[in-house]
Design a binder for this molecule. Sequence first.
Ligand code: PMP
Length: 440
Amino acid sequence: MTATTSVGSDLLGDQAAYWDRARAVIPRGASSGHRVGWDQVIVRGSGAHLWDAEGRRYVDYLLAWGPIILGHCDPRVNEAVSQAMATCDLTGIGPQLNEVEVAEIICRVMPSADKVAFCTSGTDATMHAAQVARAAAGRRKILKFHGSYHGWSDVVAVGSARADSNVHSPLHTPNGGGLHPGSLGDVIVVEWNDDEAVRAVFEEHGSDLAAVFTEPYIHSFGCVPAKPGFLEYLRSACTANGTVLVFDEVKTGFRSAIGGYQSICGVTPDLTAFGKAVANGYAVAGLAGSDALMGHLGAYDGSRATIDGTYNAAPYAMAAARKTLQIMEEGEVFPRIYALGQRLREGLQAAADDAGVPVSVAGLGSEWAVYFRPEPPTNFREALETDADAFGRYHAVMLEGGIIEPAFRNGDRRLSAATSDDDIDLTIEVAARAFRAAAG
Ligand code: PMP
């Protein structure tokens, strides 16, 4: 799985000119706001590495924000996709090839999954979760946590604005313009890990609370676990109030464990939204849950939620998911990424300590966050208290040294099964310089 690929001359070019072309025809130059702000134009990916149009190689710890778990352009997955493409494309009739097998695997490994339905993005999945919860409970309100991102649809895009957030900004802000004003009225936002605030919301709105949405382990602002008992409390409060507990495992599913973080923490939600790592980069997401709740989907009557989607369970995506899950089930992926992650976190923390910069490195398995504050945060407010200037100096040296990481201070990083010990040695070496630069 080690990358040996370099960039062919046909792919090389002037990156600034390419960005100019892009900005002329695409808003801000890229079709996802998160992709803007880089000088690089990435033209090749293989294993743990990316190459830009000037031929520079990077160790990639963004990994497209999560999907790439086996490594970029994994030949086993691509081969399965090629076979699917040569067999049957979209038909719009019945289950797609591999759809049943992928669903069978997920029902076997994910505790909350009696049934699974597929869609194409995490946003689709969380939107379906909200609709199912509202239809099932006959209620409107949703409780979610400050800073937690569940996609960009109106139903949950509240309380996790990034650009405008600071330690003093209110919890309950729209993530962007153009949201239906009803979303703001129906979504309640409290700080993560604040069980008193959750209790107060249940007391005031319990009978109108359709769902509680949460990542069971927060990656929206780095790597922040639940304090002991918090997930259990959410579970019992939801059960007592007839509220649907939704775990957003778009990032943790198929990355913290094949069965998702729910298989680690032992708390089972009613619905699970998943996506990203399930198909190593192909566009698959889905919703899993109890028979009763999932039975809403596709019913086409006015009292039940529905599901549609031309590209749902597309054969290429299902082939990629099936192969990715099969490789995970062979058993080597998770021990490998956990061991590499541990080594990297320890190396980074030691490098920061040597540089005398107050940093806490937090994380789980293949994921980590580098917080420029002495203690890891327990909620979004605390995560916003990181030193942005120190982070900026650190990030610039990392990028210059050939290490790609998220460009904002609370971003979670991750490695893949293709990451090598050499990549980690290089990362720690560059990080030692980056932390010295951060120290000022
Ligand atoms: N939930 C979480 C926790 C996410 O991290 C993301 C995407 N970063 C989403 C939902 C939305 O997923 P998508 O970008 O596939 O719509």
